[in-house]
Design a protein around this ligand. Structure first.
Ligand SMILES: [Zn+2]
Ligand SMILES: [Zn+2]
Length: 134
């Protein structure tokens, strides 16, 4: 067997493991946070910037931003855990393209400067997404 033939298959596997990192935690403490995040990640919320009532997604995706103005809130230390003490408003700054997840909105917290990414949703306002591409 030529071992080098096996190496290319490792690439996609590593990528998938990265993409689901918040659900595949090994530390027992983090595992309990991951369990909580799965229960809370699809609750709706009211946007603090524009007042839009944001419904939870029904396709299993995780959304943390307002579909009308794309703003988010700094509530997570790890995706979905709602454990951050910051609670600052997070403004959309640009779009990133991720090979596995597609387009991601890049947010920066107006309170502490933290930068985060969240996958765009089907009902995100198109004109807002386009304005981030410029
Ligand atoms: Zn909004
Ligand atoms: Zn913050």
């Amino acid at each position: 067997m030529n071992r080098s033939l096996l190496r290319p298959s490792l690439g996609p596997l590593v990528g998938r493991a990265d993409g689901t990192l918040h659900l595949r935690v090994e530390d027992p403490l983090q595992l309990s946070e991951g369990t909580i995040s799965r229960a809370t990640e699809n609750t709706g919320f009211t946007c603090e910037r524009c007042g839009h009532r944001v419904a939870p997604l029904r396709n299993g995706s995780y959304r943390n931003h307002c579909p009308a103005c794309l703003h988010s809130k700094h509530v997570d230390l790890r995706p979905g855990d709602r454990a951050s003490p910051c609670q600052g408003l997070m403004a959309p700054v640009r779009l990133d393209h991720h090979s596995a997840k597609g387009y991601m909105v890049v947010h920066r917290c107006l309170a502490c400067g933290l930068v985060g990414r969240n996958r765009i949703a089907d009902d995100d306002a198109l004109d807002q997404l386009i304005s981030l591409m410029r």
